[in-house]
Design a binder for this molecule. Structure first.
Ligand SMILES: NC(=O)c1ccc[n+]([C@@H]2O[C@H](COP(=O)([O-])OP(=O)(O)OC[C@H]3O[C@@H](n4cnc5c(N)ncnc54)[C@H](O)[C@@H]3O)[C@@H](O)[C@H]2O)c1
Length: 251
């Protein structure tokens, strides 16, 4: 992993930091010397990781679908006194794989709430804090499901992720005047512990065969892109959707 000395003592908040891509992001930004706010609904998970990491790791329990909980979380970030330089919306996902015709409204609303409304809530709260940073960054994690259509994804999830891509362009447009960038990364199926447990070797081989680079993603594929987008070298990159999906988006 590349090193970014400018990340030392910057303040980075990451939702979904208790597991998967968000956890690896939290550990990696910590290794770069940042203060890391681990935001997740899974309190035990973030506390365990923060204890392993050390004193620059700050676990804060949040339900990102709940506006009061989001508001309290940002007050806790303020109280910690390190400011806020980078906000990464990584929490997301969906429960049921249903097509449009069979989609129940509850699943639609829950999926839009977690994957789009929550990103809006967190970005809105982050903006006044990021304006005080000299290198403000928003990084939103979407999915190849929001970039192209394929049979094994949820229409609600794909629609929410596509919405995040467009929300991010608005953020880039509105916040450029403050030197704040806003970008997305769009992962492919990633061999996180959760996904690895769900997929058979045959599933993995089939997905890999549809990827120009011939494999599924690993967490570091996305985290290295996050580190770059957070870095000073990416200060003039904004409104971009970075396809960390091995070229699968082209097909
Ligand atoms: N893993 C993949 O294959 C894959 C592929 C494409 C996109 N993505 C996207 O990448 C991101 C991370 O995915 P992952 O698979 O690494 O995640 P994961 O499912 O392993 O972890 C998600 C984390 O979010 C937390 N969370 C869930 N609901 C929350 C809420 N309401 N408030 C706060 N925290 C909450 C969970 O507790 C968990 O720690 C997601 O946005 C996902 O849509 C993942």
């Amino acid at each position: 992993m590349a090193t970014y000395p400018e990340m030392k003592n910057r303040a980075v908040a990451i939702t979904g930091a208790a597991a998967g891509i968000g956890e690896v992001a939290a550990r990696s930004f910590y290794q770069q010397g940042a203060h890391v706010y681990l935001l997740d609904i899974d309190q035990a998970g973030i506390e365990k990781i923060a204890t392993e990491l050390g004193e620059r790791a700050h676990p804060i329990q949040v339900d990102i679908t709940n506006p009061e909980s989001v508001s309290e979380t940002f007050k806790a970030i303020d109280r910690a006194g390190n400011g806020l330089d980078v906000f990464i919306n990584c929490a997301g996902g969906y429960q049921k794989l249903l097509n449009v015709e069979n989609m129940d409204l509850e699943e639609w609303d829950k999926t839009i709430s977690l994957n789009l409304r929550a990103v809006f809530l967190c970005c809105q709260a982050a903006i006044p804090r990021l304006k005080k940073s000299k290198a403000g960054r928003i990084i939103n994690v979407t999915s190849i499901s929001g970039r192209t259509v394929h049979a094994t994804s949820s229409p609600a999830y794909g629609s929410a992720k596509a919405g995040v891509t467009q929300l991010t362009r608005f953020l880039a447009y509105e916040l450029g005047q403050y030197g704040i960038t806003a970008n997305t990364i769009a992962p492919l199926t990633t061999l996180t512990p959760r996904v690895a447990a769900l997929r058979t070797p045959e599933d993995v081989a089939k997905i890999a065969s549809q990827v120009p680079l011939g494999r599924l993603a690993v967490e570091d594929d996305h985290v290295s892109a996050m580190l770059y987008l957070a870095s000073d070298g990416a200060a003039f990159v904004t409104g971009v959707a970075l396809d960390t999906n091995g070229g699968r988006v082209m097909l």
